[in-house]
Design a protein around this ligand. Structure first.
Ligand code: ADP
Ligand code: MG
Length: 242
């Protein structure tokens, strides 16, 4: 079943056309890695998928519902789509548990006891059940990013968007975050990830999408795409990053 459907989406900032007709369907449970040079529009595409940016034209549906304020309320959107960013953006004055509980309490209006239970479950999932009462500053970058993933999971989204979630981490902390994403993928979570971790894309993604100058320039299963790139742009990108 198609969970995320993007059809001919355009987005410009002033005169700068950043997305020039993106079409992409992502099935439930599918893991899609988006790769491409800096400035190719990867983050803008993800931001359109949770309406941090409004697309100018074209169609985006999540679980068969149009992604616009008339058809999907911000509350409903936040329940469908989770996002994790390069910078973890945890609230520094709140504990790990409070960070994770906040959106379900405030946005979903769920009961404290229920939310607490979910928070403990998702923290266990990211391997941080012992950090419920810790403050972000007491955690490593990798642990903070895992809290940010747990915070997104606490809303039980249908799809998780991850924008270069390991790019701000020291190299030795990258693996622990990738392992959490890999476990989510194995559990059947639908994931759309922008990543520079090519080996992760190759091992975990069902499909890799190469963006170039605001378009999907090439896409395919990772083994094919990486071993047999069809366009000079992808060939050049691969040789630059591998
Ligand atoms: P990527 O994530 O692939 O590096 P982005 O989607 O962040 O690319 O950016 C694509 C282009 O859009 C870049 O040229 C960037 O400077 C521009 N851009 C992104 N967001 C904005 C914005 N809010 N206002 C103006 N220009 C933007
Ligand atoms: Mg980006």
């Amino acid at each position: 079943m198609t969970l995320v459907y993007v059809n001919n989406v355009h987005k410009a900032f002033g005169d700068l056309e950043v997305l020039k007709g993106i079409s992409l369907s992502v099935a439930e449970g599918e893991v899609v890695a988006i790769i491409g040079r800096s400035g190719s529009g990867k983050s803008t595409l993800l931001r359109c998928l949770n309406q941090l940016e409004k697309h100018d034209s074209g169609e985006i549906t999540i679980a068969d519902k149009q992604l616009d304020a008339a058809s999907m309320s911000p509350k409903e959107l936040s329940e469908n789509v989770g996002m994790v960013f390069q910078s973890f953006n945890l609230f520094p004055h709140k504990t790990v548990g409070e960070n994770v509980c906040l959106a379900p309490l405030v946005v979903r209006g769920e009961e404290k006891a229920d939310v607490d239970k979910i928070a403990r479950e998702v923290l266990e999932k990211v391997g941080l059940s012992d950090k419920y009462d810790a403050y972000p500053a007491q955690l490593s970058g990798g642990q903070q990013q895992r809290v940010a993933i747990a915070r997104a999971l606490a809303m039980r989204p249908k799809v998780m968007l991850c924008d270069e979630v390991t790019s701000a981490l020291d190299p030795e902390l990258v693996g622990e975050v990738l392992r959490v994403l890999e476990a989510l993928a194995a559990e059947g979570m639908t994931l759309i990830l922008v990543t520079h971790e090519m080996s992760f894309a190759r091992d975990v993604a069902d499909r890799v999408v190469f963006m170039h100058q605001g378009r999907i320039h090439e896409e395919g299963v990772p083994s094919e795409l990486f071993s047999n790139p069809q366009t000079p742009e992808l060939k050049q990108f691969i040789s630059a990053v591998l």
